[in-house]
Write a protein that binds this ligand. Sequence first.
Ligand SMILES: [Zn+2]
Length: 230
Amino acid sequence: MCCLTERISISLVHDVEEKEYTDNGLYQAWDLGISKQVGVNLEGKFIQVENPRPDKYWKKPLAEVQSRRDYCKKGSRKWCHLNEVKRRIERKKSNQIMDFQHKCSAKIVNNTRANIIIIGDLSVKDMAQSEKATKGINRATQGTGYLGRFAGFLTYKAEQVGKKVIEISERKTSKTCCVCGKEHDMPIWERIMECDCGTVLDRDRNSAINIMVQYLSQKCQVDGLPVLCR
Ligand SMILES: [Zn+2]
């Protein structure tokens, strides 16, 4: 079979001594998104990480190879060759996405003094439903390499250094004004929130603040403290 190529995988298994977690009173909240990740700490300082988009970069070459392949007779030498090129590009794209996710999650975990990292409980499916996403957005969400996997990387890397990742419900965090609590009917392409209360804020920053506020409110309830006011 000329279409089969071998891939060699090496798995290294080793024990990692995990540090014990302690709540040091410092928290960082993250809005994980398609094009960027936005974090905020208790002092209101924002951190922004732009996502590279290998899916966009490889889209055209991939389409070209696929179209050339589809002109050939299935199973012919040329078809097999182009099919292999296509598969190689797909592997490269997915490796690039995974590489970025490993590096970015390690940076998020290691570059903060906070021992608790809060993220929205965001699965691709929820996002597609809540935002009434178009096909394009669904594809983009998949293209950035699965936010769920990213959350998984964050979680295990945090545990290794004695930190915790907490997922909280992300419902309406990007549509609710973080200052007055008013809900806005914002389509996903609207990137700036302008509220009647005078707040003008980047959508993702607003969302990160809301994730932090939601976590602190829940924590107050659990600790038996008065719930935070907006
Ligand atoms: Zn407002």
